[in-house]
Structure formats: structure tokens, C-alpha cells
Design a protein around this ligand. Sequence first.
Ligand SMILES: C[S@@+](CC[C@H](N)C(=O)[O-])C[C@H]1O[C@@H](n2cnc3c(N)ncnc32)[C@H](O)[C@@H]1O
Length: 221
Amino acid sequence: MKTYRRHYYNVFSSFYDRFVSLHSADKEGRLRKLLSNASPLEKGDVALDLCTGTGAMLHYLCNKVGPKGMVIGSDFSHGMLKEGLKKTRSLENVLLVESDAAYLPFKSHIFDAVTCAYAFYELQGDAQDKMLKEVIRVLKPGHPFLVMEHDLPESMLIRILLYIRLLSMGLRRAIDILKYEKDILERYFVKVEKISLPKGRSKILVCWTDLAYSKQARTNK
Ligand SMILES: C[S@@+](CC[C@H](N)C(=O)[O-])C[C@H]1O[C@@H](n2cnc3c(N)ncnc32)[C@H](O)[C@@H]1O
């Protein structure tokens, strides 16, 4: 099953960026910039972008952490990462890592923030639960996991396009996740804040592991 999914993404990778700009009308990737802006990352921090695909998030995260920081993009599709490599060649502080989100090859508690854009609902089987456990393991205590996902768009046309895309994921399951992902995340995180984006096309969910610690960590900085 996983091999089939990897093949699917490898094939998809060569036209993924064109497909996204058509389907989301977000040619400059402004939505992903909003996700990066929502993170409390600072200069010198270390960030992980899970299921990074062709790396659309990476240069925004790089801008936030600056040249003394570090950004890692990980994905299990070699094809997606190959496209990502083309985009990030000029960035010195980016590393692309081929890995399954359910089994991250990183030490515990090393990231200041973990992001994941438009991939949570695509994780199959028990990958979603395993990924969330891994996210909590690799995050520094009190630091956030930021998820960007499709929302149910106000425009009927965009909604139909989204449903067509979701058909390839298993429509029923994908709709359930779109509706209930906050509940799923709340099983793992003590607080999940939802930020709705204009026109209902996307949303950001900011997930905190330990509120007491995060407050203290920020005031001590
Ligand atoms: C819809 S794309 C999103 C890519 C990117 N985050 C973006 O914003 O454009 C979903 C990505 O998730 C990756 N993916 C799916 N399941 C995965 C898994 N179990 N482990 C790692 N990557 C996975 C796919 O290879 C694909 O690149």
C-alpha cells in the first residue's frame, strides 16, 4: 500500500506545482507564507516541514529562521523531493530528507516548530496517529505543530474541485478528516487553535503540546 502511495506521489510530482496553482489559484504560494507567519519561529531556530512535497514552504521558513537557523523538509516521495531540490538549490540552510512521516529519523526534542501543509488528510491507515506521536517526540516541549489544510470553501465551484481531488484519497474518509481534524489533533495536543483564512479555502491549526512550558519558554527568551 505504501509503495503504491509513493508511486502515486512520484508520478504526481512532475505536474504537482502546476496542479496546485490551478486548483488553489495561489500562484505565489501566499497561503503557505501565512502558515510560516503563524509560527513563532525566530532567527537561529530549527524547523521541520513534514510531507514537504516540492518544498513550497521551505523558503518562507528559511526567511524566518535566517542564515543561522536550519530548515529540514522531509517527504517519502523521491520524485517530490527531486522537484524540491531544484527549488531550494540556492538556499544554504535547507536539508531535504527522504523519510516516512510515521518514522522520523531525528533525535527527540530538537525542533522549534514543525509544519505540515496539505498532507494531514492524505496520510493513510495508522500513519496519521504515528506521525502525531513522532511530531510530539521531535518537538521541543512547549513548541508548536502548525497544520495547514483545505477547509470547505464558500465557492461551490472550488468545493467541487476539492471533492474531485479528494476522490483520489477516498472521499468519505477525506471529508471526515476535513470536518473532524481539530478533534483528532486535540487527542494529542493540549490546545489547538484554528485560524480560518479568507474565502474558507484553507485553515491553519496551531497545536500546542504544553502550554505552561510554552509561556515560560517565550518569556525567558
Ligand atoms: C498534497 S502533497 C503536499 C505537499 C506540500 N506540503 C505542499 O504544501 O505543497 C502531500 C505530500 O505528502 C507526502 N506524504 C504522504 N504520505 C506520507 C508519509 N506517510 N510520509 C511522508 N510523506 C508523505 C507526499 O509524498 C506528498 O509530497
